[in-house]
Design a protein around this ligand. Structure first.
Ligand SMILES: Nc1ncnc2c1ncn2[C@@H]1O[C@H](COP(=O)(O)OP(=O)(O)O)[C@@H](O)[C@H]1O
Ligand SMILES: [Mg+2]
Length: 404
């Protein structure tokens, strides 16, 4: 039996860990939370913060000394740079540390893409408010972000008249390394992709049309409220995106494993906003992708981490079932009541539901991906019906919030 180390045992990792256990892998799960839901499915536990290399790596080395690990990956957490370091230290399959490091710094990643001719939005490093004002004058609408954060934390959308001093400060305070960048805002449909790279070529079974229907309501924050599969983009554009992701992976020196893309289609051309060298969270790789396509990228990631040779033909989508995800993002206030999960699951077409709020919780308002309190996935005869069913299911949750 192969022993697989998975960094991350959160609620969003639990379903994937359950499946890996069912596939017969002996799991070692690392998480700092003694109560992490993913621990239910593991044989061994390592209690350490996966986001802190100085805690995680020594704890893994110590474990490995008495119980050797055969492979390492992460699930529903953004730590490819730590996975790569562990793989390198233990002589396990993985991507180069230099490649992983490029993916966790948006500025270095975009520099590499630009050198390699991979299209990205116009971007630049921002060292001062004056730099930001100059960028706003050049581009009009722009996105300001920390180079090294995640989940839209510190990210804002501004135009020249916006409060640029606030935006700069907001990005800076959310950047662990104190580094800010700005990009021209490219309008147009946005797509999430998730791919398995085999022998340097990315196979992309999953493309989801991201829903930003409340962009104005949440401005200046960029908050996604769900996604729809299969993508409604024309086949030729899907092929362009798949090719772009493959070129992006090659540019970063990623020849194996998972890449997860944020793509924007602007004036008929696809651009990479970012490419992460890891599985997604957000119930995407664990729920929406397998439900919609029959492909389990968690398994693909595990087999790659253990050094198995994958056949590209096994990882192409098997079908295109309409599956929509919707996040419930309440206005600020105090949670008063909500219906049961059973009520939501009884709504037509519901495939999956999860919520993580309690009565009395204070909701701070929609600033980033952490603003949601529940998630539903639903299907239907077609895309429209899947969307309607997901929206109806969130209504069935009947969340009541007292605004002050
Ligand atoms: N240049 C851009 N044009 C349009 N939308 C953008 C741009 N940059 C970022 N966004 C939007 O903001 C979101 C968050 O930015 P991103 O760079 O992906 O940071 P994070 O690490 O927080 O996910 C993106 O998924 C995308 O929807
Ligand atoms: Mg992103």
């Amino acid at each position: 039996m192969k022993r697989l180390l998975v960094l991350g045992g959160s609620r969003q990792a639990a379903e994937g860990l359950k499946r890996l256990k069912a596939l017969g892998f002996e799991l070692v799960v690392c998480d700092m939370d003694k109560e992490a839901p993913g621990f239910e499915f593991t044989t061994h536990r390592i209690l350490a913060s996966v986001y802190h290399a100085d805690q995680c790596i020594p704890a893994v080395l110590e474990f490995h000394a008495h119980t050797p690990i055969d492979g390492v990956m992460c699930l529903a957490c953004d730590v490819p740079h730590i996975v790569a370091r562990i793989a390198e230290k233990l002589g396990l399959p993985g991507i180069p540390v230099t490649s992983a490091d490029l993916t966790v710094n948006k500025l270095s990643m975009k520099d590499r893409f630009t050198e390699s001719g991979v299209p990205v939005p116009p971007y630049r490093a921002i060292g001062s408010l004056d730099d930001l004002k100059a960028a706003a004058a050049d581009w009009g609408r722009l996105v300001i972000k920390p180079t090294d954060s995640r989940g839209s934390k510190g990210v804002s959308l501004m135009d020249e008249q916006g409060d640029l001093a606030w935006a700069y400060d907001y990005a800076l305070t959310n950047s662990p390394g104190g580094q800010v960048m700005a990009e021209k805002y490219l309008s147009g449909p946005q797509v999430s992709t998730e791919s398995i790279v085999i022998g340097g070529e990315a196979i992309t079974p999953a493309m989801s049309d991201r829903s930003y229907e409340f962009l104005d309501r949440y401005a200046p924050f960029i908050v996604e409220n769900g996604g729809d599969m299969p993508s409604s983009l024309p086949d030729a554009m899907k092929a362009e995106i798949a090719d772009l992701v493959s070129k992006g992976a090659q540019a970063l020196g990623i020849d194996r494993g998972i890449v997860k893309g944020d793509i924007v289609v602007h004036e008929g051309r696809a651009y990479i906003i970012e490419l992460a060298a890891r599985l997604s969270g957000g119930y995407f790789c664990t729920h929406q992708i397998p439900l919609s396509t029959g492909i389990d990228l968690v398994e693909a990631s595990a087999r790659t981490a253990l050094g198995e040779a994958l056949n590209p033909l096994d990882w192409r989508e098997k079908y295109h079932r309409p599956v929509t995800t919707r996040w419930l993002i309440p206005e600020c206030g105090t949670i008063k009541s909500f219906a049961s999960a059973t009520d939501v699951m009884a709504s037509p077409g519901v495939l999956a539901f999860d919520s993580w709020c309690e009565i009395g919780d204070e909701i701070g308002g929609a600033m980033n991906a952490a603003a949601s309190v529940a998630m539903v996935q639903a299907t239907g005869n077609d895309r429209r019906q899947a969307i309607e069913n997901a929206e109806r299911a969130l209504d069935a949750f009947a969340l009541k919030v007292d605004c002050v």
